[in-house]
Design a protein around this ligand. Structure first.
Ligand code: 9MR
Length: 373
């Protein structure tokens, strides 16, 4: 006799199981902020869609895993003050409110940077370059207004961002050209005054210098050490240097990262990893200059293959092994984004995939904390 069994399509069944498994895993995964509680704060860069609740999957990751957050774009000069004397606070306020409600220490990013600045900033009414004194006055006004608005609410500020070249000399930005006036004695003046004024406005907020490639260029790290030493020689506050750490499957080397951490710690500041992500496409430009890199130039059609995911997990584990080893110097590790679907680069750069699920790299990172106990 023939029995009519209901037909189960094995392929559909496997698909369903594969889709459900990570959800279950997602619920059981430990929270990064708990895993690294004895090491450092853990955070991510948040964008305006996330903080306004329009990306619930990303909100859930941030709420579960982060105890600190950085505004990805919302506190940049161009975002806050794109027209003279006009400030638009909406998105930055939402970021700070979101952090307050979710017990994440907010980090302000960033006060003085050569990029994302409005055109009018360096020009007078006739379109000519403004004088040193006029630019210093604009900088003071901006810092006073922005740091003043969030006084007592922001844990720390990236006061100066990306002022160095790869060889450790100061970048020939408009800040350096106009305020430095081509004179060796004035070259640190824009940095020095930015730190001085930020501290005057909010004496309790932490102040940071932040840059990329420190982990792979000894000369650039030495340049950051020189900035720290200069500020300290003037009696100014600087709490930490941020190593952005936009890495790849082939860099940084553990030695390069250790050199940066220990050199900065020896200079008397704490160290933070402020913009961590790992591009899977290894060819091409290594830095983080947005003019030279974008989602398309870093896209990688092989990014989600098991081979690449394994390499990604190994690189994250290698980086975190160095970080946990030096936890006495490191106060914070912040990812530059929350999940792969909303990163400034393509490929598979973060710990959560486009479906908001933890990847192999997530578990590899967790393991480094367990192994360091
Ligand atoms: O991730 C940011 C991207 O959305 C912006 O378009 C870009 C320009 O403002 O800045 C990106 O973030 C940068 C950060 O502010 C400073 N370090 C390098 C980061 C990646 O370019």
């Amino acid at each position: 006799m023939r029995i009519n069994r209901p037909k189960v399509n094995i392929f559909i069944l496997v698909d369903v199981l594969l889709a459900v498994a990570p959800c279950i895993a997602g619920q059981d995964t430990p929270a990064l902020k708990d895993v690294f509680e004895d090491h450092f704060l853990i955070g991510g860069a948040l964008n305006r869609w996330l903080v306004s609740g329009r990306n619930p999957g990303a909100v859930a990751i941030a709420q579960k895993h982060f105890n600190t957050a950085t505004a990805e774009n919302e506190m940049k000069w161009q975002s806050l003050n794109s027209w003279p004397n006009q400030y638009n606070w909406q998105a930055a306020d939402s970021f700070v409110d979101f952090c307050g409600k979710n017990k994440m220490a907010p980090i302000g990013h960033c006060l003085v940077w050569h990029s994302q600045v409005p055109r009018w900033l360096f020009r007078d009414d006739s379109g000519n370059a403004i004088t040193r004194d006029a630019l210093l006055a604009r900088m003071k006004d901006h810092i006073t207004t922005v740091v003043g608005r969030y006084k007592g609410r922001v844990k720390g500020w990236d006061v100066v961002n990306e002022a160095l070249n790869e060889n450790g000399t100061l970048r020939n930005s408009q800040w350096l050209q106009i305020i430095g006036e081509g004179s060796e004695d004035k070259k640190y003046d824009f940095i020095e005054n930015a730190f001085r004024w930020a501290h005057e406005v909010d004496p309790n907020t932490e102040l940071y210098y932040n840059d990329y490639s420190l982990e792979s260029s000894k000369a650039k790290t030495d340049g950051a050490v020189a900035i720290v030493k200069h500020l300290k020689s003037k009696g100014l506050r600087i709490d930490a240097v941020g190593i952005q750490l936009h890495g790849s499957l082939t860099h940084p080397s553990p030695e390069g990262l250790e050199y940066a951490i220990t050199s900065l710690a020896d200079a008397g500041v704490k160290v933070m990893v402020t913009e961590l992500d790992i591009r899977t496409r290894t060819r091409g430009y290594r830095g983080a200059d947005i003019g030279r890199i974008n989602r398309r130039s870093t896209s990688d059609q092989n990014a989600t293959t098991p081979e690449i995911q394994k390499k990604l997990a190994d690189k994250y584990a290698e980086i975190f092994s160095v970080l946990v080893k030096h936890k006495e110097y490191i106060t914070r590790v912040t990812f530059w984004g929350v999940y792969d679907g909303a990163s400034w680069i393509g490929g598979s750069p973060l710990l959560f995939d486009r479906s908001y699920q933890p990847k192999e790299a997530f578990f590899a990172v967790v393991k480094t904390a367990q192994e360091s106990q």
